[in-house]
Design a protein around this ligand. Structure first.
Ligand SMILES: [Zn+2]
Length: 287
């Protein structure tokens, strides 16, 4: 599932192509995504200019004229692809930058622009596309999400006050979108390994020193991952079809039985199960 860095990478490449462009039309081939694609979506957005492309947590938010916002969530397996319309030729899979073998039957929604088309492909259909009208409604839509790790309100005071009330393990708190938005299973294992915190530790018992480490490493890891183009597992591709390489930087995730990479630690990474999800930790420095 794409987490914050992967969505940020898609946002950055999407922005390069669609910012200040006018959408011609939207073709919905299959409206049955996690939530149905709104029927009037093309009518409402056709011929409107895009003035903003942002990411809020793991959501892509595209701002159109008239305070209309398109929200795209990639779910488990959603990807966006760009096809250039050359010489009015028919669009085929051959035009994909990368995924020639992308099954066309999973191309659910097509966003047509003058010289190119953006395709939303999603084999498992856990992703969705939503239309929101008005700034206030947009704010309300995201009001239950915790702060973005790169925002000011993700700070010591906020974390301290949040954790002290929580009587569950820190791993589950970190992936709780109400606490921080955008972190999932992969980056949670990484953050806790860098911070040398046992994932089973009760959130309320996290020390001040550990909070500071969580803040520092969350930003450091996510920044590095964005720089590397995100993590490519389960076929995540950026909109240009290029793969990320953060998986090469993993220190804990997916490294069972390998040596811990923390300085001066001679531990081994072990795989444990927390709420039915694999969590990777060092058997010595995260004891
Ligand atoms: Zn270790």
């Amino acid at each position: 599932m794409p987490e914050l860095p992967e969505v940020e990478v898609v946002k950055q490449s999407l922005e390069k192509y669609i910012l200040n462009k006018k959408l011609s039309k939207i073709i919905v081939k299959n409206k049955k995504l996690r939530y149905p694609v709104p029927d009037n979506i093309s009518k409402k957005l056709a011929n409107l200019k895009i003035y903003k492309v942002t990411r809020i947590s793991k959501y892509l938010v595209i701002g159109f004229e008239d305070e209309l916002f398109l929200i795209i969530h990639l779910g488990m397996s959603g990807t966006l692809h760009l096809i250039r319309n050359k010489n009015n030729s028919q669009n085929t899979n051959l035009s994909f930058y990368h995924s020639k073998n992308l099954p066309e039957k999973h191309n659910h929604v097509l966003f047509d622009f003058k010289n190119f088309t953006i395709i939303f492909n999603d084999p498992r259909r856990f992703g969705f596309i939503k239309l929101i009208t008005g700034d206030i409604n947009l704010k309300n839509y995201f009001s239950k999400l915790g702060p973005d790790p790169f925002e000011k309100d993700f700070n010591f005071k906020y974390i301290k006050e949040y954790l002290i009330k929580k009587n569950k393990n820190i791993k589950n708190t970190i992936i709780d979108q109400k606490f921080i938005s955008g972190i999932g299973n992969i980056y949670a294992s990484e953050i806790l390994n860098y911070s040398k915190i046992n994932p089973f530790k009760n959130s309320g018992k996290i020390s001040n020193k550990e909070i500071k480490k969580i803040i520092f490493y969350t930003k450091k890891i996510l920044k590095l991952s964005i720089k590397r183009g995100g993590t490519t597992i389960n076929n995540f591709l950026s909109i240009k079809g290029s793969q990320g390489s953060y998986q090469k930087e993993f220190r804990a995730y997916d490294r069972e039985n390998k040596k811990c990479k923390n300085k001066l630690c001679f531990g081994t990474i072990i795989k444990v199960n927390i709420s039915n999800r694999s969590t990777y930790m060092c058997n010595i420095c995260q004891k």
